[in-house]
Design a binder for this molecule. Structure first.
Ligand code: NDP
Length: 336
């Protein structure tokens, strides 16, 4: 049984009541895949919080090991792209939703889902970035692809003290943007200024129903919040500006009008990290290696242990997590 490992397992009874427990599994209980990875680190994303609390239907196959991101070392491969000893990163692809995920000592996945761990990062740093940070980079790339640049005016970042938001603030300030950070946590003003925010605004300015068009305040936006917040961000975006939309922390709805689009030429750029092709993932990770200050990454990261995962999952859904969380797995991988 020396191959056995611990895993967080979510299951559901016939009444639909969800149960979260730590179990011990053996490799033959993992789902199909052509690469086995010993996991060194993972992280808690908002989506993992939704999965563990059951607040939204993230899990679509029962039972499930949650966890959408991991970094680790290949221990067995039947895929020509990978061999034992390779250090890899996985973000998304339905892992932790329909395929056993990252809150475990070991994972078996499709080799096509993996990318090589960028040389610039340790496994823990890669997980400090995780899906949230890589999505922040995708938002920046979406704005750049549209033609947005810092000389056009400020950029607003919503949900700024959260995972996507804090990495977006760090990235955009390094790239020369005047960053306006919108947060509901005034106590985090110092944290956000240290990451590079030039101005902090209260998220209450954006979270209530607003007018179809408002004063033009920013040339671009990164929105992790959705709902009225995104509607107000769009209504206050300058002529020909753009907003990258990636999240729904306030809600999945978008109670907006067409006014910003047809009267100011504002563009709404959708960002999905989960099913992005490998080349675009690798491009985003290359940019993270050059554009994310490692000291700022360290400043926005907190490390927890495997046993802390359920509590952290509840905290992120309640909006109490600052920045990013790394979960060290190397001490428990295969130790059962
Ligand atoms: P976090 O919980 O770390 O951050 C979300 C932040 O949103 C909070 O910290 C808070 O920021 C703000 N917020 C929370 N609740 C509300 C509310 N009711 N009204 C207004 N603001 C609120 O999550 P992540 O940063 O990891 O993820 C953010 C969003 O992005 C999530 O919806 C997630 O599902 C989505 N996402 C989407 C991806 C994609 O591929 N499209 C990939 C990754 C994430 P503050 O305290 O500063 O106000």
């Amino acid at each position: 049984m020396s191959d056995s490992f611990k895993a967080v397992l979510i299951s559901r009874d016939e009444a639909g009541t969800q149960r979260v427990e730590v179990v011990e599994l053996t490799p033959d209980e993992l789902m199909d895949g052509d690469v086995d990875v010993a996991l060194e680190a993972t992280t808690i994303n908002y989506k993992d919080g939704l999965a563990i609390t059951g607040k939204s239907p993230v899990v679509r196959r029962w039972p499930m090991i949650p966890g959408v991101d991991f970094a680790g070392t290949v221990i067995a491969s039947r895929n020509p792209d990978w061999m034992p000893g390779d250090r890899v990163v996985l973000n998304g692809w339905g892992v932790g939703e329909t395929h056993y995920g990252a809150f475990a000592g070991r994972a078996r996945v499709k080799g096509d889902w993996l990318i090589r761990l960028p040389e610039a990062f340790s496994p823990r740093q890669a997980m400090a970035i995780g899906t949230a940070g890589y999505t922040a980079m995708l938002c920046v790339l979406a704005l750049e692809r549209f033609g947005c640049s810092p000389d056009q005016g400020p950029v607003v970042v919503t949900g700024a003290a959260g995972g996507v938001g804090s990495v977006a603030v760090a990235l955009l300030s390094k790239l020369g943007w005047h960053v306006i950070a919108s947060t509901g946590r005034p106590d985090e003003a110092g944290f956000l200024s240290d990451l590079g925010a030039a101005e902090i605004i209260d998220r209450a300015e954006l979270s209530a129903p607003g007018k179809p068009l408002g004063k033009e305040r920013w040339a671009a936006g990164v929105d992790a919040v959705g709902s009225h917040t995104l509607a107000n961000v769009l209504a206050q975006t300058r002529r020909d500006g753009a907003v990258a939309c990636c999240g729904l922390a306030q809600g999945m709805d978008l109670p907006a009008s067409v006014a910003p689009f047809i009267l100011r030429g504002v563009a709404l750029l959708g960002v999905d990290s989960v099913m992005l092709p490998r080349e675009r993932r690798e491009a985003a990770w290359r940019r993270l290696a050059t554009d994310l200050d490692p000291q700022k990454l360290a400043a926005l990261t907190t490390e927890i242990g495997f046993d802390d995962i359920p509590g952290a999952a509840r905290a992120i859904v309640d909006g109490h997590v600052r920045g990013r969380i790394v979960v060290g797995l190397d001490r428990m991988a295969g130790d059962a």
